[in-house]
Design a protein around this ligand. Structure first.
Ligand SMILES: [Zn+2]
Length: 336
């Protein structure tokens, strides 16, 4: 019994000795290895080796910061690096010089930079680009202050794109986007015989005269009676042009001007007269509805009334007259 125990003790001592020698041996080996080598990480991107770095976590931190904000250059929103590098542990000789900057540059070379900017929109169309929200506000406010005609159609949108647009400064953007409102025509009070009032004489002139403005067709329809014609429903010559179409069809101003008559006028029924300045007026007669009143400024093409059959008529139509200083001219020279 004692013999077995003694025997075990001897074996135990032998084992302890062996382990001590082994530990010292390993220690010497490690000492030799680490006095010659140092731990490093081999960096690969898509399996392609790009270099060694000693500080893996510092490299990862640098890359993630770069992806968030680029190099802090203005308007870089973020950088998209599709494939991130992989790191594998290795030992390299102590005198090996690693170049983290070079590795970093190789990684970010594969990145796509996205820029953030603001597009100024007019009617949803991109007109120019600025770099800050404040500039957007200044441009929109600037157009409001100048009472630009398009002030209610101006907006902006934030964009992230890979190409950086050329920026426009606030002042230039405002002056480029500004649209002047049409100025009301000033009707000369006593410069013409019509003088802003309705001329009611049936005087006609068969020759053409320059109006100094161009007219558009107030309605589409069938021409049923020409200027100068005589008929049994009226006592004098026809002072206008008749365009037949259905009741309620919108009638548009042939040119911009100021309404000088809007109401009932004998055989003309419900009519509107527009003064275009310089003695030029247009009449729209037999209307079923009048949408404008005396003194209102109307733009060319604006709806002013509706076709009807009021006054001396046999069917619904627009009776259109062109008057210059009270004299009726043939509308055929200017419209249809
Ligand atoms: Zn007529």
């Amino acid at each position: 019994m004692v013999g077995i125990f003694k025997n075990l003790l001897v074996h135990f001592r032998t084992w302890i000795k062996f382990l001590i020698i082994l530990a010292i041996g390993l220690g010497i080996i490690f000492f030799i290895v680490f006095s010659v080598y140092k731990p490093m990480y081999a960096v690969t991107v898509e399996g392609k080796f790009i270099g060694y770095t000693a500080d893996k976590s510092e490299m990862q931190k640098k890359i993630s910061e770069y992806m968030k904000s680029g190099e802090k250059t203005s308007n870089i929103a973020f950088v998209d690096i599709e494939v991130l590098p992989e790191y594998s542990f290795c030992l390299l000789k102590k005198d090996y010089k690693s170049d983290d900057e070079e590795i970093f540059n190789k990684i970010i070379d594969k990145g796509v930079t996205y820029y953030k900017y603001y597009a100024i929109l007019v009617n949803s169309e991109e007109k120019c680009y600025v770099s800050t929200y404040q500039e957007c506000e200044s441009i929109i406010q600037g157009l409001k202050d100048k009472d630009s005609q398009n002030k209610d159609q101006v907006g902006y949108v934030v964009k992230y794109e890979t190409d950086l647009k050329e920026f426009t400064n606030t002042e230039t953007a405002i002056s480029n986007l500004y649209v002047e409102k049409p100025k009301p025509v000033v009707v000369p009070k006593k410069s013409s015989t019509s003088g802003g009032k309705l001329a009611t004489s049936a005087k006609v002139n068969y020759s053409a005269v320059s109006l100094g403005i161009s007219l558009i067709n107030p309605v589409q329809g069938r021409l049923t009676s020409r200027f100068g014609e005589r008929s049994n429903i009226r006592s004098s010559v026809h002072t206008g042009l008749d365009i037949a179409t259905s009741v309620g069809t919108p009638i548009r101003a042939a040119a911009s001007g100021t309404v000088v008559f809007s109401g009932w006028k004998g055989a003309y029924g419900q009519m509107i007269a527009i003064d275009h300045g310089n003695g030029v007026q247009t009449y729209y007669c037999h209307c079923s509805a009048l949408y404008k009143s005396v003194g209102q400024y109307v733009n060319q093409g604006e709806i002013i009334s509706a076709v009807g059959r009021t006054g001396n008529v046999t069917g619904p139509h627009l009776h259109l007259e062109v008057r210059v200083n009270g004299v009726a001219y043939n509308p055929d020279y200017y419209v249809y």
